[in-house]
Structures are given as C-alpha cells and as structure tokens.
Design a protein around this ligand. Structure first.
Ligand code: S3P
Length: 427
C-alpha cells in the first residue's frame, strides 16, 4: 500500500463523554462542535435524555446542543449504557449524588465488566447499591447526600478517577485520590479546573479536588481522538511508501504514550503543534512508513496507552525482535478479554504471541498474515487486525467490522481511503 494525503479522525471519545455529562449539569444551553457521534457517545446522550437533559441528535459534522439542568430528573426507566464503560462508570458517579434510585445496565459485554472498583468508593461516600455485593451491572443506585472521600485506586484508571471526581463535583464534596502506577488520562482534571474547581496534585501523587467552582454552559470544539488516529498511524507505518497527515488530533501527553513507544521502535512520526481545543493540546501527526524494531513497554507506561495495545501488538508482529508489554492484566476486563484474544488472534494469522502471566509477548515476523480473526465485537481488536490486513500479501478476515462504529464510525472507508495499492507488474 502507498499512503497519501491528509485525513481527520472523529472527535475524542473520552472528551465527548465528559463534555456531554458536564453540559447535562450546566444549567443553560451548551454547544459542542466536533463531538464524537459513535455508538458509545450515543449511549451517553441516551442516558442524559432519560435524566431530563435535552440534546440535539448526534450527527457527524453537526454541532450538538445540550440544554443542561442543575440536577438530573429521576429516570422513568432503566438507564442502558450499551457497550460503554465510560458512560456507566462516570454516570454512576453522578447518579450517586442524586436523591433518587436508578437502575443501570448495559449490553452483554458491559455486564461482564467490573463495577465494584467504583461502587466501593461511592458507598464509602454514602451511596447505596443493590445488590450490595455485586461487581457487575445491572445495579440499582440509591443516591443522595454524599460525604468527602480519600481513596487509593486499585488500578490506574481514568474511569474510576473520573467517576469519583464527578461524584465530588455533583455532591459538592472534596475528593482526594491516588493512582498506583502511571498516570491515566487527565481530561477530567483539566475540565474541572476550567470551571474554577481546584484540582491539585501533591508531590506524593495524591490528586485533591475541592468544590470551589461552578458549572456554566460552554461552547467548545472537541479534538480528534488520538486512539482513533493510532490505527491510521499504524496503517501508514506498515505501508510501502508515501506520507500520511492526520489533522487536529488531541495530543495530551497522558494519551500519546503510543507515539513514544513507536518512536522507540524506530517509527518516523512528527507531531506538528496546531493549537488547543477544549483545553487540550492539538497537533497534526505526520507519518512515514518504515521498518520497526521490538521494544519493552514498562508497567508505568500502560495507563498512557491502554487503548492502543491492540494496535501496538499487531505492529510488534511486524517488527524485528520480541516485544513485551508488561503488566497488562487490565486488558482482560476491557470490552472483551483483550489480552487473551490479542494473543490467540495473532497466532490465528500466523504470528508468534503468548500471554505469560501479566505479560503479552509478541514476536515479529515478515510472512504475510493470513487467517481469521475473532473479535467478540471488540471495536479496537477489529480495527487493529484490519490494519494488519493492509500488509502486502495479507489475507486477514475480521469476523465483525461493524463494531468499529463503537468509537470510529466509517473506519473501514477511511482506512481504504488513505491507501492506494500498487498494481501487479506496474512498479
Ligand atoms: C477511558 C478510560 C480507559 C479507556 C477507555 C476510556 C475514559 O479505561 O480504556 O476506553 O474515558 O476514562 P480505564 O480507565 O478503565 O482504563
């Protein structure tokens, strides 16, 4: 494949969820340009509508208008977060501070994912959950007046952090928390500061939130999602020649760990700064194809590239040497058992990969990947293996490409659009 041209990617998923939820509690009309309109973003919009927030339809290329209210209304029916962990966990934080009961559920994948990591600290603040000992959805949340919280997170996770900060925000209570290893994405902290809330990190790594601000309606533009840009970056690296520019991507350092790893692997990538959007640095990512070498990805790097491991793993299968991703057990509780499926799917297409305890080991090779990939409807697995399928001579069948619409609507078309294939005999 020869890559060429300039592309944009859909709006950032993490920021879209957070901005929609914050707009829902900002009394008045907020406007969001460049918001993600994928299935996950629509899950958040649907939950907000059930809570009395008025939102215009989420359509690609169209501004979203949100008429927020100081407090949510008691929902008439169960809140369905569909496939979206961020909707569920951040939503539970906000619901915990509202004086009514609500039932929260999700699709089969979300109903398998752990929730005690948020219900336990929310219970400490004073919320009640039924069944009390459950780790999974569906759950009944009995919210109300909450107390302050000091909490050490069991894993570095922006969803747990965001949930607890949102609970502090909606309850008007201080919250202090600490992540164990590596810093997860800091979008919530940045956004809360922009509304005048005090969010300070002390030298021992504790993040202290104080309810000093006020939510007011806003008009913001969402940057492109670096996690979506990562797949196109990967396709460009695997190409035979050309250059690809991915425009206006969010390049918050807590999201771009994958670029630092790719640099170590020898990738030719330049980030050209392009200002700021929604309080986040934005840049154009310019990529040229070239050979890659293996690397070691350390435990403290994992939170900063957690969603990019599928893509990095397929690239590692084309790099010279053996790549190790250390302490990636958290991948077992993503939209699928991403750890097990990554290794088995890499083997299914002829690569050497194994899970050794909490370590993912991938050996690089040059044989074209051939085989069938089982995604269990995990969008990031589908997109990562579609990228691997662009290698010359590859014959990779992905069992479900439609699930890419969870985070990147139109992915297959964009991937096709960045490349041209050399015709046989015309070199
Ligand atoms: C997200 C945090 C990450 C990530 C997910 C989005 C967020 O999950 O995997 O896609 O927006 O906070 P964890 O915080 O559970 O690692």
């Amino acid at each position: 494949m020869i890559v060429r041209g300039s592309v944009t990617v859909p709006g950032d998923k993490s920021l879209t969820h957070r901005l929609l939820l914050l707009a829902g509690l900002a009394p008045g009309r907020s406007r969001l340009r460049g918001a993600l309109t994928s299935l996950d973003a629509r899950a958040t919009a649907a939950v907000l509508r059930a809570l009395g927030v008025v939102l215009s339809p989420l359509r690609a290329g169209r501004e979203v208008q949100i008429v927020g209210r100081r407090r949510f209304r008691r929902p008439a029916a169960t809140l369905d977060c569909r496939n979206s962990g961020t909707t569920a966990r951040l939503g539970l934080g906000l619901l915990a501070a509202h004086p009514f009961s609500s039932r929260v559920t999700g699709d089969a994948s979300l109903r398998r994912r752990p929730m005690r990591r948020v219900t336990e600290p929310l219970s400490r603040m004073g919320a009640r959950f039924e069944p009390g000992d459950a780790d999974q959805l569906p759950l009944l949340v009995r919210g109300g007046a909450l107390g302050p919280l000091t909490w050490e997170l069991p894993v570095s996770s922006a969803q747990i952090k965001g949930c607890l900060l949102f609970a502090g925000l909606a309850a008007g209570r201080p919250v202090s928390l600490r992540e164990p290893s590596g810093r997860s994405r800091d979008h919530t902290e940045r956004l809360l500061r922009s509304f005048g809330y005090s969010v300070v990190e002390d030298p021992r790594g504790w993040i202290h939130f104080e309810p000093t601000g006020a939510l007011v309606p806003f008009d913001l533009e969402v940057p492109g999602d670096p996690s979506s840009a990562a797949f196109l970056t990967g396709a460009a690296l695997l190409a035979e020649s050309g250059t690809l520019r991915i425009q206006a991507v969010g390049v918050n350092p807590t999201r771009t760990g994958f670029l630092r790893v790719l640099e170590r692997m020898g990738a030719r990538i330049v980030v050209e700064p392009a200002g700021e959007r929604s309080g986040e640095p934005v840049g154009d990512i310019v990529v040229e194809p070239g050979p890659l070498t293996s690397t070691e990805v350390a435990p403290n790097e994992i939170p900063g590239l957690i969603d990019e491991i599928p893509l990095l793993a397929v690239l590692a299968s084309r790099a010279e040497g053996v790549t190790r991703f250390r302490e990636v057990g958290e991948l077992r509780v993503k939209e699928s058992d991403r750890l097990g499926l990554l290794a088995s799917n890499l083997r299914a297409v002829g690569a050497n990969a194994a899970v050794e305890g909490e370590v993912l080991v991938v050996e690089g090779g040059t044989r074209p990947p051939v085989g069938r990939v089982r995604t269990e409807a995990d969008h990031r697995l589908a997109m990562a293996f579609a990228v691997l399928g662009t290698v010359r001579g590859a014959r990779v069948t992905v069992d479900n490409m439609a699930c890419a619409a969870v985070s990147f609507p139109g992915f297959a078309g964009v991937l096709k659009g960045i490349g041209a294939h050399r015709r046989r005999g015309r070199r």
